[in-house]
Design a protein around this ligand. Structure first.
Ligand code: GAF
Length: 389
């Protein structure tokens, strides 16, 4: 029995135990890691994520009493239940706000309401996009059940609005796009300005390589202040440069006008420099992967991306830096933190036969730092959101 089939059966059974009836189907959406292109998405720039094999599954059935009920296999066994008419930002709060935000966005198509049972193996708070996996699995379910005309871009939007407007996390569209659009064996090269995308083949195993994911254990939240601050700083830098999005600045030399001798000008210069150089790094990595060059060549570009996030964007934390330093010192071709920052995970591009040695080196470094050994796993570019049953 396939992993997807087992996951579908588990979710279906949990739904039955929770709600006493059968779900109409089970849908899955993955978490992601971004190969390169961090914080570029709300600047109209480029991103290059892959989907993880880890998914969130949503078992869903329509109701006829105008209520929404959500429960989680990872929860305390309780059900969050309320009238559709009462759904509003902050109501419900907590994790249930994510599926509720998606349902609220489709309220007019779903007057009878829905019961949703969620089951997930995407690590939460690890910068691996557990929230997009949650919103996208529910969005796909509702599309199949009540709005078959919706295309993939509509699902991305529905999930983004749930997160931005309902939960109040001011994210871009990286995570939702990755969860919906990624395909197995490929990285998704996405231009977030016009939303055009290309599936870029990425066969690391075929090249004798592995992508190691290391969860620092430092949890983060996008609804917290740091992410929104960076977004505002980028918008202010764009305003001072006279562009709609920093993406339009292709030459770092143009950023000099931001340095007006004030501390604020210096901060804006560094934030903008991260975005402009990061967009260039995405294009560099995509060009290398398209040209069939040895994928080891992208390693130093990943490490440069980390240094830019650490020094110019200032969103790394000491344990993420420790992962990158110790992985590279142990022979990784490159490493970088991924996601929104202030915690979460890092990736390292390593020889397949060096995974154990690099993992041990990172664990030893954590021990020296007095931190518990980090959770690690090797990932491959996996499938995007799909119906399981
Ligand atoms: C988080 C956000 F949700 C994304 O939109 C993106 O900005 C990312 O941080 C940083 O690249 O995951």
């Amino acid at each position: 029995m396939s992993r997807d089939q087992r996951a579908a059966d588990r979710a279906q059974q949990a739904f039955r135990e929770q709600f006493g009836t059968a779900a109409e189907g089970v849908w899955a959406a993955p978490g992601r890691v971004n190969v390169i292109g961090e914080h570029t998405d709300y600047n109209g720039g480029f991103v290059l994520p892959i989907a993880l094999a880890h998914t969130t599954r949503a078992a869903v059935a329509r109701r006829d009493d105008g209520r929404l009920a959500v429960a989680s296999r990872q929860g305390d066994g309780g059900v969050v239940e309320l009238d559709l008419a009462d759904l509003a930002p902050g109501r419900p709060d907590g994790w249930a706000g994510y599926p509720a935000g998606v349902v609220a966005g489709m309220r007019d198509r779903l007057p009878g309401g829905a019961s949703v049972l969620v089951d997930s193996d995407v690590p939460v708070g690890a910068g691996l996009s557990s929230s997009a996996a949650l919103t996208c699995s529910v969005a796909l379910a509702l599309r199949d059940l009540v709005a078959p005309e919706l295309g993939a871009p509509d699902l991305v939007e529905l999930a983004r609005r749930a997160e931005n407007d309902f939960v109040g996390a001011p994210t871009g569209i990286l995570d939702q796009s990755a969860s919906v659009l990624c395909t197995a064996g490929h990285a998704l090269f996405l231009d977030t300005r016009d939303r055009s995308s290309e599936q870029v083949p990425l066969d690391l195993a075929g090249a004798g390589l592995a992508l190691l994911v290391v969860d620092s254990g430092v949890t983060h939240e996008h609804a917290g202040g740091g992410y929104g601050d960076r977004r505002r700083e980028c918008e202010e830098a764009a305003r001072r440069l006279g562009v709609d999005f920093l993406r339009e600045v292709e030459d770092v030399g143009r950023l000099g006008v931001l340095a007006d001798g004030t501390a604020e000008g210096d901060v804006l210069l560094r934030r903008a420099r991260h975005i402009v150089t990061e967009d260039a790094r995405v294009l560099q990595v995509v060009a290398a992967l398209r040209s069939d060059a040895d994928p080891r060549r992208i390693g130093p570009v990943l490490t440069a991306g980390h240094e830019s996030l650490r020094d110019d964007f200032e969103i790394s934390v000491p344990l993420l830096d420790a992962i990158v330093e110790s992985a590279v010192a142990a022979g990784a071709h490159g490493a970088r933190m991924v996601g929104g920052g202030f915690g979460g995970s890092a990736i390292a591009l390593v020889e397949a036969d060096a995974v154990d040695a690099v993992t041990a080196a990172v664990a030893a470094r954590f021990e020296r730092e007095g931190s518990p050994a980090p959770r690690t796993f090797v990932t491959v570019p996996s499938a995007g959101a799909r119906r399981l049953a």
